[in-house]
Design a protein around this ligand. Sequence first.
Ligand SMILES: C[S@@+](CC[C@H](N)C(=O)[O-])C[C@H]1O[C@@H](n2cnc3c(N)ncnc32)[C@H](O)[C@@H]1O
Length: 194
Amino acid sequence: MVEEHTWLRKSSWNEKDEYYTPPILVDAILPYLKEGSTIWCPFDTEHSEFVLRLSEAGFKVIYSHIWRGQDFFNYEPDEEYDYIVSNPPFTKKLDVFQRLYDLKKPFAMVMGLPILNYQQVGSFFCDKQNDGKNLQLLIVDKKVSFDGNTASFNNSYFCWNVLENDIIFHHLEHNNSRTNHTPSQMSKDAGDYI
Ligand SMILES: C[S@@+](CC[C@H](N)C(=O)[O-])C[C@H]1O[C@@H](n2cnc3c(N)ncnc32)[C@H](O)[C@@H]1O
């Protein structure tokens, strides 16, 4: 598997997309997902904290990743699933959101709140709202660190058809920096695949 998709792996590699979600941020979405659901994680390997934590919490998890030749823009699992949950590549964010809406499944995606500052992003979600598909936000009350250093912005969940209210604030015990830092186990995969 690792040898098969060398070209795809290298051509799709962008440093800005390789940030791996720590467990504390994955845990924030767990209470909002219906028990017994099947969840597709489309930007994830077996070591992704989405795959690990959602499985531990009793959900059935399907995962895929471009490193395995599964390009989110033209791949969908054969199995039935209820939600799409992950942290997508930042550089392809609007294409990712468009594809998510096209797939017509409830989704929850980690994304930096500063993207709401872009007019293009505002217009995109304004159009969706006019189609009755309004964006929902699960906003965590800490700026979660991915690398152990103080984070400069808030990463939260951009959702559709998942939350009971369109904005929910969610408390986290800490921001995952310094002595509280627990990294994602997916970090070790990048070296294996590239
Ligand atoms: C921000 S990282 C997050 C990884 C993981 N979901 C997590 O939260 O730890 C996004 C991942 O999506 C992968 N990716 C980029 N383009 C993709 C595509 N078209 N299809 C599937 N995965 C892709 C990147 O290589 C990267 O590993």
